[in-house]
Write a protein that binds this ligand. Sequence first.
Ligand code: TEU
Length: 584
Amino acid sequence: ATPNPWWANAVVYQIYPRSFKDANGDGFGDLKGITSKLDYLVDLGVDIIWLSPIYVSPQDDNGYDISDYRDIDPMFGTLGDMDELIEQAHIRGIKVVMDLVVNHTSDEHRWFQESRDKDSKYADWYWWRPAREGFVAGTPGAEPNRWGGTFGGSAWQYDAGRGEYYLHTFSKKQPDLNWENPDVRRAVYDLMNWWLDRGVDGFRMDVITLISKRVDKNGRLPGEAQGLIEDTPVGEEGYSNPWPLCQDGPRLDEYLREMRREVFEGRKGTFTVGEGQGISPIRNREITDPDNRELDMIFLFDHMGADQAGTKWNIQPLRLTKLKRAMASQQSAVKDRGWASLYFNNHDQPRSVSRWGDTSSPRLRIKSAKALALLMHMHRGTPYIYQGEELGMTNAGFTRLDQYRDLESINSYHQRVDEARVQSAQSMMDSLSKVSRDNSRTPMQWDASEYAGFTSPESQRSPWLEVNANKGEINVELEMCDPESVYSFYKRLISLRHEDEVVSAGGFEMMDPLDERVYAFVRELDGRRLLTAVNMSSTNAVLPEQTCGLLGERGLVGRNVLIANVATESISNQVEQGILEPWT
Ligand code: TEU
């Protein structure tokens, strides 16, 4: 196997630029704001920053709808600001990874506008299809089939200019690119090389596992040859889910290998992570096996479904055994080759401390945040910290629909409450308060001032999304100087991964998989073992059988982490103190 890559013990920090730091007082975060906070990231100890999209965009989906890949949207600044950010990050030893969104573009991208002319060379750059046989184009029911868009409504949008429908897996302003077309792939590789040549170190690739649809050799979608594009079962909102037919398609590995060859071959120190909807742990091993030369790693989603039943809006209390099963299968699939990414938070997920922790008191909130952090960071793989997670930031606490900004939340409210009538207004407001993506997009809390230090108090405009009311007790200024803070705990976890190979390279073995309260596992390398045991319940718990056997009788009190003190001191200290005898 290939030698350890440079990122083998790295920690990645995800920045949502719109909410991180607003330097020009317009209420939106910007690149100069990020640059002004690089020393904070140095103090935290992260190695790589991943920026959610900052390209020119109509902002229909907060930048995940790109209309010019080679320029910075004025709301974030200029290309010069980006060059400055890259340089200042590199000076501090921090690598910069951009968010690559190439399953789809914005409908305002030149490529799409030209594609609306059937005779243009861009005609075949998107998924255009005529109206369903026997229907008048543009009339209800004339869509090519019942596929639904992720953000509500049909996945097909009629374009009167061309007289056909185009596929959009997400919003109607996000038309899917046709990756079957080699010209599309060439254009993507060119823009990727353009950014790498500019000094960027790699990419997080948005829904990259959707780029290969299940088409036949003539490029027709499933069932199209028989006259109607195959559907999946229609769901409660009246549409079918296209993803089973649009994810992990037959040419995905081919495309990823081609991308690796055309973009990354010969470059040193690059980094790629793909967003892997529909990817199983075994497929993760194939795609991240260095010998297959595809991606360095993938975000999997099984563990994110550990508390969901059917749709994301039907959120359930966490079943710890479901989380353990998902995490353990991800770990075991890549124990010999391939790699795991580790995340509980990002800009699409609610805050994990609210979702899986206990925030009924500051004390329990802090213990929960540390418990979840220790649990995740002690696994084998690359940990991702989402901005604010290191502070123990919580869900937004919104109670009114007008407080939300995310099109997924607003569209889904209207579709589920007003149109499909599958949830009451009250029930949907409860769902939004738990799982809306806006929960993780409230401004970063730097201090206790009016706008939490995100934007200057004298700024012309208030932040684009309300600051969380708990900014007074959860903020950087408070936590940086408190050795017992969540922030200080994250710092120790990061340095532990940098210092000790048991954490970064050791094997993984889940303990007591059926225990519903304690999450325990062992990491081992060259005969040294690290036991992590986390009480994920709000009441006292005792060590389950297997774990107990490893460490002898020891109770877990309250929401406590038995091995938390490992994170406060290096493992070697623990071994010296005999707490963790080197098991031979
Ligand atoms: O997310 C794709 C994705 O799986 C999520 O959108 C998820 O389906 C949704 O949030 C369900 O809650 C990526 C980006 O991370 C997301 O922000 C974009 O909205 C989406 O792709 C489209 O680009």
